[in-house]
Design a protein around this ligand. Sequence first.
Ligand SMILES: [Zn+2]
Length: 349
Amino acid sequence: MRPESLLVPTPAGLCCPDGGFHIDPLRPVARAVITHAHSDHARPGHGAVLATPETLDLMRLRLGDGFAGATQALRYGEAVTLDGVRVSLHPAGHVLGSAQVRVEKDGLVIVASGDYKDRPDPTCTPFELVPCHVFISEATFGLPVFRHGDAAAETGKLLRSLALFPERTHLLGAYTLGKAQRLIALLRAAGWERPILLHGAAEAVTRYYAGRMDLGELRAVRDAAPDELAGAVVLCPPSALGDRWTRRFPDPIACFASGWMRIRARARQRGVELPLVVSDHCDWDGLTRVIPATGAAEIWLTHGAEEALVHWCGTRGLRARPLHLVGYGDDEEVEAIEAAAGGTTEEPA
Ligand SMILES: [Zn+2]
């Protein structure tokens, strides 16, 4: 069996014709396998959804009870056979419940990794290396300029700012699924014991995480007394950094945690005073570590800087090609940066 026949890029996303399913489809399909609950991968309206129990819970929280006609939970390492195609899910280390999809037929194994990172994250199961013949990798940060560094060191920058400006509220813009909860865990690991305040948009998912791990004391920011705001950490979606909601805080400092913050000019242009380089995606080093370690002779690349990685794979003797799937990427985060800049998408001159 040829890999191109087992998984086929289509306008609706990656399709497995023999198994009768799509992976992270962009449009409603009969049967979807979903890698994780971020909105660019987990869309509503599919006939049936197969995913980890956590991903199904998070989709329900974000999209409502009727997000799919039917659901089937599959734990990490368990397998099902769909019309003769064996499908199993394996930890991707990206956010809670995130999975790589291993697809096998006639001895051919393809792993579609979705979004992933191979760095420690106390809020999700560590990335698992899954041997395969074809590895499908994201390329979100697929340029050598992207090196995320140490998340704990980035958290240290926030703690130093809190010590330096004890009267100012630190508004911490972060993707509300995954990044926000990872930052809370990092702050707790670094010894920050004060209650952490949550913007309304971050509450439901954070409470879900908090039901599965110790995140310390969390409070809704709307319930906080004015004197609690001085020197507090308030987690919010990045888009909130640019709106009138920020006016209730005394002399707030806008912080933003994202892999994109490696580009300092971008942070400055967006009015972010304290950029933190914390990402739930692999950086260049991670991508170039994982890709050869899978043992795959063939690499398919999607969403991001595909061409640079195609070239890098070529230098390592790996066959690589871009899939040119449109519709994935850190859209929410990028759009949030635009929104934080006041709704403009123009780069300042
Ligand atoms: Zn994601």
